[in-house]
Design a protein around this ligand. Structure first.
Ligand SMILES: Cc1ncc(COP(=O)(O)O)c(C=O)c1O
Length: 398
C-alpha cells in the first residue's frame, strides 16, 4: 500500500458503483436545478412547468382528519402492509362507485406509499430474472426501473402519434421472450393520450393469450376533460384475474407529498406484491391513511372542483402556446401538454436553451425514454393567469 492509498477515506477505497447503476439511462437536464438557482440569483423569475404537481389545495377533509389523527398514538404505530382497515374499506367503496365493481377490501386492495414505489416493486412480485417485460417509451420511470433491477429483459415499445400513443395489442402478442408483465398507462404521462375501454379490453385479451400480467397505471383516471371518462380494469369482465391496477391520491386529490395510493386487482397478485413489500417497507403512515379514507368517503365534489381549475389552466395553456407558435392541441386527460420541438434541436438542447433564455422550465421528452426524443412536456403547474406570460417568454426565446 502506498501513501496515497492510505490517505484515502475507507469508503472510497472499498466502494465503487455497481455496473447495474451504469446501465440506468442518463437523466437529461440533470443540471436544471443549478441553472434555476443561477437564474434566481441573477434576480430573474422562473416559471416551472417541469413537474406534474399542480399545487392546488388538498381537500379540507384530508387536512382536518390528519390534524386529529396525528394526535392519536394508535395511528403512530407501524401500519404494516394491510394498513388501516378504514382506508381499505373506503377504497373498496370508491372503486364500487367509480367502476361499479365489488372489491374485497382485505384481499383485493393494497395500500401503497404513493403508487410509484409499488409500481416498481410489482416487477419483483411477477418476474424471474430473464423474463421479458413490455413498457411504453416514453414512459414513467418505475416501469423501466422495477423490471431492470429485477433482472428482466425490458422491451421498450415506442409510442407513436400515428398510433394514438397506444401500444397495439399485437405488439404484446409478438413481444420477444417469456413475456410476463406489460405496463400500460392511460390517461398517459407524458403524451396525454387517452384510451377507450375497447382498447383496454383488447390489451387484457392479448395479455391473457401471452400469459402476461397487465399492470394498468390509472393514476390520472380522474384528470380528464371534455366529458371523457377514463376506463378501469374492474369494468371489464374477467380483467381482474389478468391484472393489477394502481391509483394514486397524488393527482386526483393534489396530495403528491402525502405519499398515498393503492393497488387493486387479482388477489394472488395483490398477495404477492404485499409479500414483496414486507421486505422493503413497513406501510404508509396510518394518520395519512385515515386522511385518505376521509377524502375517499367524500362525495366527488372535490374532483369536480379540481377539474374545473385544471380545465381552465389547460385552455389558457393551449391558447398561450398556440399563440407562441407551438404545435399543441388540447389534451383530453392528464396534466400535460405534449408537443414536438419546433425546429431541428434535440429536446434536451431546446429545453436548456429555453430555460436559460426565457426562464421557463419544460421537460424534454427524452427524459422519459429515447422514444420521447423530439418532443417536450409542459405540465399544468401554474395558475391560469400566468400562461400568457409563459407563452410570451417562449415566443421571444424562439
Ligand atoms: C404515470 C404515473 N403514474 C403514477 C404516478 C403517481 O405517483 P405517486 O402515487 O407515487 O405520487 C405518477 C406521478 O407522476 C405518474 O405520472
Amino acid at each position: 500500500m502506498d501513501d496515497t492509498t492510505v490517505a484515502l477515506p475507507v469508503s472510497r477505497q472499498a466502494w465503487s458503483p455497481p455496473g447495474r447503476l451504469n446501465g440506468l439511462p442518463p437523466y437529461p437536464l440533470a443540471d436544471v436545478p443549478d441553472i434555476k438557482a443561477r437564474l434566481l440569483a441573477e434576480g430573474r423569475t422562473v416559471i416551472d412547468l417541469g413537474v406534474g404537481d399542480p399545487g392546488l389545495p388538498v381537500p379540507d377533509a384530508a387536512v382536518e382528519t390528519l390534524r386529529e389523527a396525528v394526535g392519536n398514538p394508535a395511528l403512530s404505530k407501524y401500519g404494516f402492509q394491510r394498513g388501516l382497515p378504514e382506508y381499505r374499506e373506503a377504497i373498496a367503496r370508491w372503486l364500487g362507485r367509480r367502476f361499479g365493481a365489488d372489491v374485497d377490501p382485505d384481499l383485493e386492495v393494497l395500500p401503497v406509499i404513493g403508487s410509484k414505489e409499488a409500481i416498481a416493486l410489482t416487477a419483483f412480485a411477477v418476474l424471474d430474472p430473464g423474463d421479458s417485460v413490455l413498457v411504453p417509451d416514453p414512459g414513467y420511470a418505475p416501469y423501466f426501473g422495477g423490471p431492470y433491477f429485477a433482472g428482466a429483459d425490458v422491451i421498450r415499445f415506442e409510442l407513436r402519434a400515428e398510433e394514438g400513443y397506444l401500444i397495439p395489442p399485437d405488439a404484446i402478442r409478438r413481444a420477444r421472450g417469456r413475456l410476463r408483465l406489460v405496463y400500460i398507462n392511460y390517461p398517459n404521462n407524458p403524451t396525454s393520450a387517452v384510451a377507450e375501454i375497447s382498447y383496454l379490453q383488447e390489451v387484457v385479451e392479448a395479455c391473457r393469450e401471452r400469459g402476461a400480467v397487465l399492470l394498468f397505471d390509472n393514476a390520472y383516471s380522474e384528470i380528464t376533460f371534455d366529458g371523457f371518462r377514463a376506463p378501469g380494469l374492474l369494468e371489464i369482465e374477467g380483467a381482474r384475474e389478468v391484472g393489477i391496477e394502481f391509483h394514486s391520491m397524488s393527482k386526483t386529490y393534489n396530495m403528491t407529498g402525502w405519499r398515498l395510493g393503492w393497488a387493486t386487482g387479482d388477489r394472488r397478485l395483490i398477495g404477492a406484491l404485499r409479500r414483496v413489500k414486507t421486505f422493503f417497507d413497513t406501510g404508509a403512515f396510518m394518520a395519512v391513511q385515515a386522511a385518505g379514507a376521509a377524502v375517499l368517503e367524500d362525495p366527488d365534489e372535490y374532483i369536480r372542483w379540481n377539474l374545473d381549475h385544471l380545465g381552465r389552466r389547460r385552455d389558457a395553456a393551449v391558447a398561450a402556446f398556440q399563440a407562441a407558435g407551438l404545435d399543441v392541441t388540447a389534451p383530453r386527460g392528464t396534466l400535460y401538454l405534449w408537443f414536438a420541438v419546433p425546429g431541428e434541436e434535440k429536446a434536451e438542447d431546446f429545453c436548456r436553451r429555453l430555460l436559460i433564455d426565457s426562464g421557463v422550465v419544460l421537460l424534454p421528452g427524452s427524459a422519459m425514454g429515447p422514444g420521447g426524443e423530439g418532443f417536450v412536456r409542459a405540465s399544468l403547474a401554474i395558475h391560469e393567469d400566468r400562461w400568457e406570460e409563459a407563452g410570451r417568454r417562449i415566443q421571444e426565446a424562439l
